[in-house]
Design a protein around this ligand. Structure first.
Ligand SMILES: Cc1ncc(C[n+]2csc(CCOP(=O)(O)OP(=O)(O)O)c2C)c(N)n1
Length: 655
C-alpha cells in the first residue's frame, strides 16, 4: 500500500517535470499506517467537524497527500488530477492548497507554518471540547513535519506553546531523514530534536519510520499521552530509488525514466504509470471507509442534542455570525459613545468594543503576544485559556508573534472560532508569513495592532511603524483598518468580523484622539473604506484625506484654511481595500473635484497616490521616527495642522 504512494509520487512528478518525490517516497510507510489504521475521517464528508486533522507541514511533499486522498477515495482527487499535478486549473497545486482540494486542511509550503497551524487546530479542539463536550468534539491533530519545518524559528514558538498548554492530542510525526536541499543535515544542523521537544514539555520518541509496527505502536502510545507527542521517524528520503535514495538528489526534482524503472523493480511494483493493482486499491478504499460508523454515531449524538444547542454548534462550525446579536452590540456601543463623546486612544476604544462584542460572539477567542495591557485585547471578565481549563477565551501567547499568527490561522481553519490577538503594529513583520497565508487561504483572523505610528512616542524608532501600513496594504485579500476615533473603531471591528473570507489588521493608536463622529449613524460609515467626515462650506478648494490619528489633524487644518478663506473638506480613509472595492463612480465622488488634494498619514506615502494622484501633496513620514514625547515628534516631523494647511496653500498658489 505504501508503494502505491511511492509510485504515484514518482509518476506525477515525472509527468509534471517538476515536484518533490523524495518526501512522499520516504514517508509513505508512516502515512500508510496513519491513514489506514488511525486517522478518523470520511472521504464522503471531508468537512465532518469531528474528523482528525492531518497537516502536511512539509508542503513540498504535496504528492504524498494527493496520492493518499486519491487512494482513500476522496471524490475530487481523481487520477486525472494526479496526472495534472502542478498544471493550471488542477486541484493538485505545487504545494497543497486547502481551498482547492477537499481533505487538505491547510495550505503549506512555507516551512514551519503547518506545524504552527496545527497547534492552533489543537487549541481549537480542546476549547470546543470544553465548551460543547467530548461527545461532539474529540479528535486528534496529526502533523507530518520535515527537517526544514523543525529548523524554522516559528517551530520553536509553536512547540513551546503546545508544550505549555499540554496539547496532548497533538501528535507530530517527524520525517527524520537527515537530508535537506543542500545535502546532509549535518551541514547546518546538529540539534537533538527529541531532547528539544522534551525540553518544551513534550513526550518524544525515536523509531524506524519504515517499520509499520513501530509506527503503529508509537502512535498508539502517543494517543495515551498527557502531553503533545513527537515521534521522530528515521526514514530514507526517496526510499526505493536505487541510486538517489538517501541523497538530496531526490528531494526536489523528477527521478528520470531510468531511475523510476529501476525503482519499480526494486519495490516490486510492476504496474504502468498511474496504475494501481486492484487489490491494493481495494485495501486503500476499505481504509477510507473505516470511520463511517464513527461518523454515523457522531451524527446521532448531534441529532439527539437539544435543538438550540445543536443549532448553536452548527452555526459556529459554519462560521456564521449571530447577526442580530452583533448588530445590537455595535449599536449599543455607538450609542454609548455618541451620548458621552470622549477623547480616547483607539486601542482603548477597541477594548470598549470588545466588551460588547465578545459576550455577543462566544466564538471570539482573544489573545496577545505578551502585550495584553498595551493592546487592550482582554476585556474585563474574559477568562484565560489554560492547560487545566481550556474553556477560557483569552490566550497568553507569550512573546511569540509568529507562532501566534500561525496558530490563529489553525484555529480559524479548524472552525468554530474567530481568533483575534494583539501585538504592536511594528511587529506585524514578525507575523507577516502567517498573515500572508491567512490572506491566501481566506482565514477570518483579526490582528489588533496597536502603537500604530510615531504617536507611540518615547519607545522610539525601533517601535514606530513607518512602512508597515503600506506593506500590509500591498498584500492581496488583507483588510487593513486604521480608524480615526472610537466610533470608527467599533465600525471597523464590525467590518472585520463580517469579512468572512478575509483576515484583518486593526491599526490602533496608543495616544488619545478626539471623537470626531458625534451624531449617531445607524449605518456603518466605514464600510465604504473612505467617506467625507467633514464637508466643506462651499465648493471645496482643497480635499484633505487622512487615516487614524491624522484625521483630527486634517480637521484642524481645515479650520486653519477656513480662517484664511479657503474651503476644504476632510475625508477619513479607514480602509483602502474597501474603498478600492467601490465602483469607480462612487470612488470618484469621495475623491471629489477640489483642485488640491492632500493626504496626511504618519507613515510613508506609498499607496496614497491612488487617492491623491501623483501630483497630490503628502504630509507624513519619509524616514524612521525618533524617541521623544509624541507631540514633539509630530512637530519635529511636520505632521501638524499648520503644516498641512501650509502645504495645501502652497499647492493652491502653485496652481
Ligand atoms: C520558509 C521556507 N524556506 C525555504 C523553503 C524552500 N525549501 C523547500 S523544502 C526545503 C528543505 C528541504 O529539507 P527537508 O525539510 O528536510 O525536506 P526533505 O528534503 O526531507 O523533503 C527548503 C529549504 C520553503 N519551502 N519554506
Amino acid at each position: 500500500m505504501a508503494n502505491a504512494i511511492r509510485a504515484l509520487a514518482m509518476d506525477a512528478v515525472e509527468q509534471a517535470k517538476s515536484g518533490h518525490p523524495g518526501l512522499p517516497m520516504g514517508a509513505a510507510d508512516i502515512a500508510t499506517v496513519l491513514f489506514t489504521r488511525f486517522l478518523k475521517f470520511d472521504p464522503a464528508d471531508p468537512a465532518w467537524p469531528d474528523r482528525d486533522r492531518f497537516v502536511l507541514s512539509a508542503g513540498h511533499g504535496s504528492m504524498l497527500i494527493y496520492a493518499v486522498l486519491h487512494l482513500l477515495g476522496y471524490e475530487k482527487m481523481t487520477i486525472e488530477e494526479l496526472r495534472r499535478f502542478r498544471r493550471l486549473g488542477s486541484i493538485t497545486a505545487g504545494h497543497p492548497e486547502n481551498f482547492l482540494a477537499p481533505g487538505v486542511e491547510t495550505t503549506t509550503g512555507p516551512l514551519g507554518q503547518g506545524l504552527a497551524n496545527a497547534v492552533g487546530m489543537a487549541i481549537a479542539e480542546r476549547h470546543l471540547a470544553a465548551e460543547f463536550g467530548r461527545d461532539l468534539v474529540d479528535h486528534c491533530t496529526y502533523v507530518l513535519a520535515s527537517d526544514g519545518d523543525l529548523m524554522e524559528g516559528v517551530s520553536q514558538e509553536a512547540i513551546a506553546l503546545a508544550g505549555h498548554l499540554k496539547l496532548n492530542k497533538l501528535i507530530v510525526l517527524f520525517d527524520d531523514n537527515g537530508i535537506s536541499i543542500d545535502g546532509p543535515l549535518s551541514l547546518a544542523d546538529s540539534v537533538d530534536q527529541v531532547k528539544r521537544f522534551e525540553a518544551a514539555g513534550w513526550a518524544a520518541t525515536r523509531i524506524d519510520g519504515h517499520d509499520p509496527d513501530a509506527v503503529a505502536f508509537a502512535i498508539e502510545k502517543a494517543k495515551l499521552s498527557n502531553r503533545p507527542v513527537l515521534i521522530a521517524c528515521r526514514t530514507t528520503i526517496g526510499f526505493g530509488a536505487p541510486t538517489k535514495a538517501g541523497t538530496e538528489k531526490c528531494h526536489g526534482s523528477p527521478l528520470g525514466a531510468d531511475e523510476i524503472a529501476a525503482a519499480r523493480k526494486q519495490l516490486g511494483w510492476t504496474e504502468a504509470a498511474f496504475e494501481i493493482p486492484p487489490d491494493v486499491r481495494e485495501s486503500w478504499r476499505a481504509a477510507g471507509q473505516r470511520s463511517k460508523p464513527a461518523r454515523a454515531t457522531w451524527n446521532q449524538r448531534l441529532n439527539a442534542l437539544d435543538p438550540e444547542r445543536r443549532a448553536e454548534f452548527q452555526r459556529r462550525l459554519r462560521g456564521e455570525l449571530p447577526k442580530e446579536r452583533l448588530a445590537a452590540a455595535v449599536r449599543a456601543v455607538k450609542e454609548k459613545l455618541v451620548a458621552a463623546p470622549k477623547e480616547m486612544a483607539t486601542r482603548a476604544a477597541s477594548e470598549v468594543a470588545l466588551e460588547a462584542l465578545t459576550p455577543a460572539l462566544p466564538e471570539m477567542i482573544g489573545g496577545s503576544a505578551d502585550l495584553t495591557g498595551s493592546n487592550n485585547t482582554r476585556p474585563k471578565g474574559m477568562a484565560v485559556l489554560t492547560a487545566p481549563d481550556y474553556s477560557g477565551r483569552f490566550i497568553h501567547y507569550g512573546v511569540r508573534e509568529h507562532g501566534m499568527a500561525a496558530a490563529m490561522n489553525g484555529m480559524a481553519l479548524h472552525g468554530g472560532i474567530i481568533p483575534y490577538s494583539g501585538t504592536f503594529l511594528v511587529f506585524s513583520d514578525y507575523c507577516r508569513p502567517a498573515i500572508r497565508l491567512a490572506a491566501l487561504m481566506g482565514c477570518r483572523v483579526i490582528h489588533v495592532m496597536t502603537h500604530d505610528s510615531i504617536g507611540l512616542g518615547e519607545d522610539g524608532p525601533t517601535h514606530q511603524p513607518v512602512e508597515h501600513l503600506a506593506s500590509l496594504r500591498a498584500m492581496p485579500n488583507l483588510l487593513v483598518f486604521r480608524p480615526c476615533d472610537a466610533v470608527e473603531t467599533v465600525e471597523c471591528w464590525q467590518l472585520a468580523l463580517e469579512a468572512g473570507g478575509q483576515p484583518s489588521v486593526l491599526a490602533l493608536t496608543r495616544q488619545n484622539v478626539p471623537q470626531l463622529r458625534l451624531g449617531h449613524d445607524a449605518e456603518n460609515r466605514s464600510a465604504e473604506g473612505a467617506y467625507e467626515i467633514v464637508p466643506s462650506d462651499q465648493n471645496a478648494d482643497v480635499s484633505l484625506f487622512a487615516s487614524g490619528s491624522e484625521v483630527s489633524i486634517a480637521v484642524e487644518a481645515r479650520k486653519f484654511l477656513r480662517e484664511r478663506g479657503i474651503s476644504a473638506r476632510v475625508v477619513s480613509v479607514p480602509c483602502f481595500e474597501l474603498f478600492r472595492a467601490l465602483p469607480a463612480a462612487a470612488r470618484q465622488k469621495v475623491i471629489g473635484t477640489a483642485s488640491v488634494k492632500v493626504a496626511v498619514e504618519a507613515a510613508v506615502r506609498q499607496g496614497w497616490d491612488e487617492i491623491i494622484g501623483s501630483d497630490g501633496v503628502f504630509v507624513g513620514m519619509s524616514t524612521f521616527g525618533a524617541s521623544a514625547p509624541y507631540k514633539d515628534l509630530y512637530k519635529h516631523f511636520g505632521i501638524t495642522a499648520e503644516k498641512v494647511a501650509e502645504a495645501a496653500m502652497g499647492k493652491l498658489k502653485g496652481n
